[in-house]
Design a protein around this ligand. Structure first.
Ligand SMILES: C[S@@+](CC[C@H](N)C(=O)[O-])C[C@H]1O[C@@H](n2cnc3c(N)ncnc32)[C@H](O)[C@@H]1O
Length: 288
């Protein structure tokens, strides 16, 4: 069978590129959340879940904080490509107390009452069963344990990618699967957390906080957009990329670059492009 067509400009995706695409935004938000939670207050031998860990932003933030003595971290994700990036980090840090596993957040296999802290950052919006995932977070937390679920309030670059899709592929062409962003935000987390049993027996189990940070896109905005277009704009269906995507690649990328430059949430500092993103974060305390 002939290999599928891939535009010559497309960058082959791996965990390192996910990191470049995300900038260090997840790391900054994880650090800031852990600072608020004050890990030094947690008992020795606490067990922490990095749920939907990706390249391990939460795991790295825990290790960079002041983790409790003899802490154990379980990092799980369904995508082995992203896990590979975390495994590389772990190879470089062989003393870190981290176990990795391929596991679906909607069907966690950990026993009940396993974790003191369960962090699910920027994962829920992409899940087919967020209620299931929130139930598993509750089930696997020890009584008194804390679950943290973060979702983006806005994805500022999303509209620019959709416009470039329409411009270069036409308005009738279905959106590339990764461009179909589910409208899953604070209200949806609140609704699904309740459906998953949070706050059912005890009120005030769920509190909210917000975190705003600048995503570092790097000095070369076009490179960042090229990575983004390679990842998010890959068409779905059997056909996948087509010749017309290669022919109009530069037009699509240039349109996104231009729109990002002009957005109110974009700035350049010392030659580095940055975009401001805001997250809503549910802090869920399992009370009994
Ligand atoms: C945007 S990344 C966030 C990663 C990390 N939590 C962070 O804050 O950087 C979303 C992650 O969710 C993972 N994911 C998607 N569906 C999942 C599922 N059903 N179970 C577990 N992880 C899932 C993806 O593979 C990806 O690593």
């Amino acid at each position: 069978m002939a290999s599928p067509f891939v535009p010559k400009q497309a960058i082959a995706f791996d965990g390192a590129l996910l990191k470049e695409l995300q900038g260090d935004i997840s790391d900054k938000i994880a650090m800031s959340l852990l600072k608020d939670l004050d890990l030094s207050d947690m008992p020795p031998s606490s067990v922490i879940h990095d749920n939907g860990c990706g390249y391990g932003a939460v795991t790295m933030a825990v290790m960079a904080s002041d983790p409790p003595k003899d802490v154990q971290i379980h990092a799980t994700d369904v995508n082995p490509i992203f896990m590979a990036e975390l495994k590389t980090t772990l190879t470089k840090n062989p003393t870190w107390p981290v176990k990795t596993d391929t596991m679906d957040a909607c069907a966690l296999t950990f026993p009940d009452n396993t974790f003191d802290l369960s962090m699910t950052t920027f994962v829920l919006a992409g899940l087919p069963d967020a209620v299931g995932a929130l139930s598993h977070i509750r089930r696997t937390l020890k009584p008194g344990g804390v679950g943290v679920a973060a979702v983006w309030r806005e994805i500022p670059w999303h509209a620019a990618l959709v416009r470039a899709h329409r411009q270069t592929r036409g308005t009738d062409e279905p959106l590339a699967p990764f461009l179909v962003m589910p409208n899953y935000k604070k209200a949806e987390v609140a609704r699904d957390a309740e459906a998953a049993g949070w706050g059912l027996k005890n009120e005030n189990e769920v509190e909210w906080t917000e975190k705003a940070e600048w995503v570092i896109l790097g000095a070369d905005l076009k490179r960042w957009v090229t990575i983004g277009w390679s990842f998010f704009a890959k068409p779905g269906g059997e056909e996948g990329w087509r010749q017309r995507d290669e022919d109009r690649w530069d037009e699509a990328v240039d349109a996104v670059v231009e729109e990002l430059r002009q957005g109110p949430w974009h700035k350049v500092e010392e030659g580095v492009h940055k975009i401001r993103m805001v997250a809503d974060v549910a802090i869920m305390r399992k009370r009994g």
